[in-house]
Write a protein that binds this ligand. Structure first.
Ligand code: KG4
Ligand code: ZN
Length: 378
């Protein structure tokens, strides 16, 4: 039988272009991240301006054994035999990337006869809020955490922009999402138009920060799509098109081939502000409507400093608690997958007998880990 008061969990994450593995140590309700290894493929995909699925899958095959080895080494474990549970991302994400990661994790489960659980990547992002830096304890206090519910989750990444009400651990209801591009995708596409490279989020915020030094401001205001719509859906494709037309017109008017640095930074700053304005306004409105006690931010775009501070300020004004993940866990990582797998497996009823012969416990058997590229948060 799994001893939930004392266990080591191996997390595997390969839903997009990061190959990640992590080891969590849980002791009497205290969680410690022993190691969190991420092998990023950013440099490889940067020259194509976005993730190339076939290249990502090839890199995962190459990197997974190395990433696992390093995770075990940094955690002072000899082998996967010392692990109590394996948690692996089963969706949503790129199908080829997901298949590589889950096949790797399932092979480990078979070889070492370990229980395994498939985790929703978006749920993983939410749980990143309960993680502390490497080797620092975070206390998993169910009773305290329950006081945070209902939680309104804003999950913003390269593939998703979702508002989800969480009424308990593992219970979600999507109340809004993007109708076209995700917030991270908007950052990436706008950065591409501006010739700033990939991924767009970090470079756009860097450009925006440069303006604080120069003091330059763009005259033109960009649209805040759907900011006044009565629902909680988003749309970012129009903003990207507005930037595209603005750049085209500026080049034409000034009869130049390339925008100057201040103009580029000005457009970057205004684009960032437009995305943040929409995200903050909708999230706070939704939190009020659904009487949320807390707002929780997660996903790659949660690394954005402006979003972190503006959402925190807006939540405080309404007297709503605000949580954000440690910077280290904002983008894709396997610690969040291991923690989500832990919560999820705790709810699986198991008898000592079914655990003795794990194959009988279908919910924690490798046959039960099924990939779903469009997996929903429910
Ligand atoms: O969660 P994530 O690592 O992967 C997905 O699940 O998609 O998110 C990646 C996305 C990219 O679109 C990237 O541009 C964005 O997160 N991102 C940021 C920042 N850092 C990463 N967006 C805005 N500001 C940032 N500082
Ligand atoms: Zn992600």
């Amino acid at each position: 039988m799994l001893k939930y008061s004392l266990m080591k969990i191996l997390g595997i994450e390969t839903s997009c272009d990061e190959t990640a593995a992590s080891l969590l140590d849980i002791k009497n309700g205290k969680v410690k991240v022993l190691s969190s290894i991420i092998s990023s493929q950013i440099k490889l995909h940067a020259k194509y301006g976005g993730v190339v699925p076939s290249l990502a899958a090839r890199e995962h095959v190459k990197n997974l054994p190395k990433v696992l080895k390093l995770t075990l080494l940094r955690s002072n474990l000899n082998s996967v035999a010392d692990v109590d549970l394996i948690a692996t991302t089963r969706g949503p994400g790129l199908i080829s990337s997901l298949l590589i990661g889950t096949t790797f994790a399932k092979t480990l489960a078979w070889k070492y006869n370990k229980p395994i659980i498939g985790v929703n990547h978006l749920e993983g992002h939410i749980y990143s809020n309960w993680l502390k830096p490497i080797r620092e304890f975070s206390i998993l206090n169910f009773k305290f955490s329950k006081k945070m519910f209902p939680i309104l989750n804003l999950i913003v990444s390269g593939g998703h922009t979702e508002l989800a009400i969480m009424t308990d651990f593992g219970k979600y209801k999507i109340i809004g999402r993007t109708l076209d591009d995700a917030a991270g995708e908007a950052f990436d596409k706008i950065a591409r138009i501006l010739g700033l490279g990939y991924p767009g989020g970090p470079v756009i915020s860097q450009e925006a920060e440069r303006l604080q030094v120069t003091g330059y401001r763009l005259q033109k205001k960009l649209p805040r799509p759907m900011i006044n719509s009565k629902d909680f859906n988003f749309s970012f494709a129009g903003l990207k098109t507005a930037v595209l037309y603005l750049v085209r017109d500026l080049l034409k008017d000034k009869k130049i081939k390339k925008l100057g640095k201040p103009t580029t930074a000005g457009i970057a700053a205004e684009s960032q502000q437009a995305i943040v304005d929409v995200l903050v306004a909708k999230t706070v409105d939704a939190a009020e409507k659904y009487k949320a006690k807390s707002i929780m931010l997660s996903g790659g775009v949660s690394a954005n400093k402006l979003l972190r501070t503006e959402l925190e300020k807006a939540a405080a004004k309404k007297g709503i608690k605000f949580f954000k993940p440690e910077m280290k866990y904002t983008t894709d990582n396997a610690s969040m997958i291991a923690l989500a797998g832990y919560w999820q497996s705790k709810n699986i009823k198991t008898t000592p007998k079914s655990f003795a012969t794990r194959r009988e416990n279908k919910k924690l058997d490798r046959q039960n880990v099924k990939v779903d590229a469009n997996l929903e948060l429910v």
